[in-house]
Design a protein around this ligand. Structure first.
Ligand code: C2E
Ligand code: CA
Ligand code: CA
Length: 581
């Protein structure tokens, strides 16, 4: 709609001078603003240079007739939704059908009823306005008002075709911008704060894009879902311009954004794909920009990453790996290994941790660091997680039958808490193997906890109510303040191995471990040191009152039967055999 809805702007095209004058006269008297032209070509020119509310076209015109003109309007991105009313000279079925087929909104037969004409047009405009509102809802994001993922492909297609038609070496860049901090804000401060942060981010993004490129016609910003935005840029020297824009965005978001009473840092991660270099189809560009962003996130790249064939290969490789993993889950190629955890004071076994192993006939041994994240992204982790609970309980039962009583720790991912019911799964698995849930420890990483605090908190409470113990894994690597732990049913902290590695030589790591140990003592939590590889580390831990340890120096993860032969008759006192594979 043009700015003035009481005086809509109407384009009139009619080669008959008398008829044209009548139309103009009638409509102007009824309060319409009119631009009148005498042929189809002039009408098309006018339509692309000015924004009209409606076009009234005569069917019979020289050069470009009304039908052709209407088809041209419908195939243009900008004019696609312009209401078009055709004046057909003939009130016969064929020409009416032809008008509708050309995409006309409505038609008026000659001789024109002059009294009715303005009312008819106002009626059509009202409907068009309702349509426009519906379209706006369908193609815009409610939270930010920006175009959404539905609108993006057409937006990119227009930019590409415009770049091609200028003929002066213009290209198009897509910058996929992700702001992961908003998810964390939502988990810590709640939904409202999370949304406010997203809105603030969108605003900062729009302002920075506008500041970087005065020509608004060359840029657009969309929000495709969650924390993902897309900036589309059309320009010459597109690669340089796109990287410069990305740098400007990173700089603009380097100062905190105000949200109500809070100030948040919302650093963006940006992936760039450009046309024509990385594809000239909107979908290819959109996928490639997404792959570049994912790569930036995975490699912890600050600022931005430009798409390359290598990134595409890796994305394809991940897809292929996912397919093989799916098959592996189906054919039970996964197994569990078990890593002992000992009491530091006397070396006795306090439990084992179950760790997934995948021995693939095609790929050889694939480490969990490679396939667990993939399983999480694809949802396969739900099936795998269920299997892990069952297999762990079966193993406990077998060991017990052979005379070894111990506890078992299983690793759960945040996704299982969000999409599954770990307590119910563990309960069923324990029951099936006649295992007391008290023998099970559930490990969850600190970062998983933060990513979905609410679901994880509720899920952990249910697991705790069952009688399982709860351990926070990789402690120290997440973002959590210790105050965070207060609301959680936690029994144990596992200090991440990155802090253990330099114990005895690095004073900062030693200070962190000391702090965690004294905090844990104060609130009555058990502490396990992960990744103990040397005697020096173990000695340090013993001297500083750490109760439990796990690591290659004590024992590597091993198959179930090896655990049995090592520990059935009590624990080996010395750490000999520590390097059993
Ligand atoms: P995590 O839970 O922190 O497991 C400890 C990892 O450290 C294991 O790697 C273990 O083999 C390794 N490790 C143990 N001692 C040492 C040491 O002294 N030095 C070094 N350098 N490494 C040591 P793994 O088995 O490759 O597992 C990697 C990660 O995969 C695990 O980290 C866990 O996050 C995930 N994972 C493994 N099994 C499962 C599972 O059943 N479910 C889920 N959701 N995740 C799992
Ligand atoms: Ca673990
Ligand atoms: Ca760990």
């Amino acid at each position: 709609m043009t700015a003035d809805s009481t005086h809509p702007l109407v384009l009139v095209a009619d080669d008959d001078e008398i008829s044209r004058l009548f139309i103009v006269e009638t409509l102007e008297q009824a309060g319409f603003n009119i631009v009148a032209v005498a042929d189809g070509a002039a009408a098309l020119d006018a339509a692309v240079t000015q924004v009209f509310d409606l076009a009234l076209l005569d069917v019979d015109m020289p050069h470009l007739d009304g039908y052709e003109l209407c088809r041209a309007v419908r195939s243009s991105m900008e004019l696609k939704y312009l209401p078009v009313v055709m004046i057909t000279g003939h009130d016969d079925a064929a020409s009416i059908t032809q008008a509708y087929e050309a995409g006309a909104t409505d038609f008026i037969a000659k001789p024109v009823n002059w009294t009715l004409l303005p009312h008819r047009l106002r009626y059509i405009l009202r409907n068009a306005d309702a349509d426009r509102r519906l379209r706006h809802l369908a193609y815009h994001d409610q939270l930010t008002g920006l175009p959404n993922s539905q609108a993006l492909p057409a937006l990119v297609a227009t930019a590409i075709s415009r770049a091609e038609s200028t003929g002066c070496g213009e290209g198009v860049a897509l910058l996929q911008v992700r702001v992961q901090a908003c998810g964390r804000i939502r988990s810590v401060f709640g939904l409202d704060e999370g949304e406010a942060a997203l809105r603030a981010f969108a605003q900062r993004l729009e302002i920075s894009v506008a500041a970087a490129h005065r020509d608004a016609d060359r840029t657009s910003v969309a929000r495709i879902d969650g924390d993902r935005f897309v900036v589309c840029l059309r320009d010459r020297f597109i690669l340089e311009r796109a990287t410069a824009l990305a740098e400007q965005l990173v700089a603009a978001l380097d100062t905190p954004v105000s949200c109500g009473e809070h100030q948040f840092f919302l650093p963006p991660t940006i992936g760039i794909a450009i046309s024509p270099d990385h594809g000239s189809e909107p979908t290819a560009l959109i996928t490639h920009a997404a792959a570049a962003t994912l790569h930036a996130l995975q490699t912890d790249a600050r600022g931005c990453v430009i798409y390359s064939a290598g990134i595409g290969d890796r994305a394809r490789e991940r897809l292929a790996l996912e397919a093989v993993l799916r098959e592996a889950v189906r054919t039970e190629q996964l197994t569990l290994y078990f890593q002992p955890k000992i009491r530091v004071s006397d070396g006795s076994l306090v439990g084992v941790e179950a760790l997934l192993r995948w021995f693939s006939p095609e790929l050889g041994e694939v480490t969990p660091d490679r396939f667990v994240p993939l399983a999480e992204e694809s949802g396969l982790i739900l099936d795998i997680g269920r299997w892990v609970s069952q297999a762990a309980c079966r193993q406990l039962m077998n060991w017990r039958n052979e005379g070894l009583e111990t506890t078992i720790a299983i690793n759960l991912s945040a996704r299982q808490f969000v999409h599954d019911n770990p307590a119910a799964i563990i309960e069923a698995a324990a029951l099936a193997s006649a295992i007391d849930p008290k023998m099970i420890v559930v490990e969850i990483t600190e970062s998983a906890l933060i990513a979905d605090f609410d679901s994880v908190q509720a899920g952990l409470q249910a697991v705790r109510a069952l009688g399982c113990r709860i351990a926070i894994d990789d402690f120290g690597t997440g973002y959590s303040s210790l105050a965070y732990l207060k609301g959680l049913p936690v029994d144990e902290l596992k200090i991440d191995r990155s802090f253990i590695r330099h114990l005895g030589s690095d004073r900062v790591d030693a200070a962190i471990c000391t702090a965690v140990l004294s905090l844990a003592r104060e609130v009555g939590l058990n502490v396990t040191a992960e990744g103990v590889e040397t005697e020096v580390q173990l000695d340090w831990l013993r001297a500083h009152g750490c109760n439990e340890a796990q690591g290659y120096f004590i024992a590597r993860p091993m198959p179930g039967h090896q655990i049995l032969s090592r520990y059935r008759n009590g624990s080996p006192m010395a750490y000999a055999g520590a390097n059993v594979a």
